[in-house]
Ligand binder design. Structure first.
Ligand SMILES: NC(=O)c1ccc[n+]([C@@H]2O[C@H](COP(=O)([O-])OP(=O)(O)OC[C@H]3O[C@@H](n4cnc5c(N)ncnc54)[C@H](OP(=O)(O)O)[C@@H]3O)[C@@H](O)[C@H]2O)c1
Length: 166
């Protein structure tokens, strides 16, 4: 099973200058808990990998790049792939895998996605990367949970889960 994990602001903005446009620790916690479940494997584009503070503990990192010479830091949890098909072949259908972006990789994996974990942040941010448009009628809402606004989490946000309709 393939799940997306994404946080999006107004206008579906996802990133700016290869960073997240916001600081929202509650979403960072949600991301960590989610990706530490199931297969504990995250699929990502080379740019998103390079935007991380480092290798995230306890999870496998599947990195997609066109560059055959690309050598990420040597680490037992980091793997490089050069096509979507090469990744799909590696997946155990009984496990949940997490596509974590960015926009280019979400676009490539949309046809294969079964579930979307979307954190919607109700704020206008300046950005250069946007979650791709998709046919919302193909998805049904499974759950929604309002985020708590506090000193460290200043933006109104909601955690949504959608499953692809059968
Ligand atoms: N808000 C969120 O939830 C979220 C999540 C993730 C990322 N982000 C943000 O999104 C931005 C990065 O997203 P992005 O769309 O620019 O980049 P990206 O999707 O992370 O990575 C793009 C790279 O993936 C590789 N790639 C793309 N298509 C490929 C294919 N068909 N085969 C093999 N490799 C392929 C290429 O790497 P090479 O150039 O090496 O060939 C390409 O440059 C950052 O600002 C980041 O902070 C936000």
């Amino acid at each position: 099973m393939i799940s997306f994990v994404a946080a999006v602001g107004e206008n579906n903005v996802m990133g700016k200058n290869n960073r997240l446009p916001w600081r929202l620790p509650a979403d960072a916690r949600f991301f960590k808990e989610t990706t530490l479940s199931g297969s504990k494997t995250m699929i990502m584009g080379r740019k998103t990998f390079e935007s991380l503070p480092g290798v995230l503990p306890g999870r496998k990192h599947y990195i997609l790049t066109t560059n055959k010479a690309y050598r990420p830091p040597d680490h037992e949890d980091v793997f490089v792939f050069h096509s979507v098909e090469e990744i799909l072949q590696k997946l155990d259908p009984k496990q949940e895998y997490f596509v974590i972006g960015g926009a280019e990789i979400f676009k490539l994996f949309f046809p294969y996605a079964d579930r979307l974990y979307i954190t919607r942040i109700y704020e206008n941010f300046d950005g250069d990367t946007f979650f791709p448009g998709y046919d919302e009628t193909e998805w049904q809402l499974v759950s929604r949970r309002e985020g708590v606004i506090d000193e460290k989490n200043k933006y109104k946000h909601t955690f949504f889960v959608y499953d692809r309709k059968k």
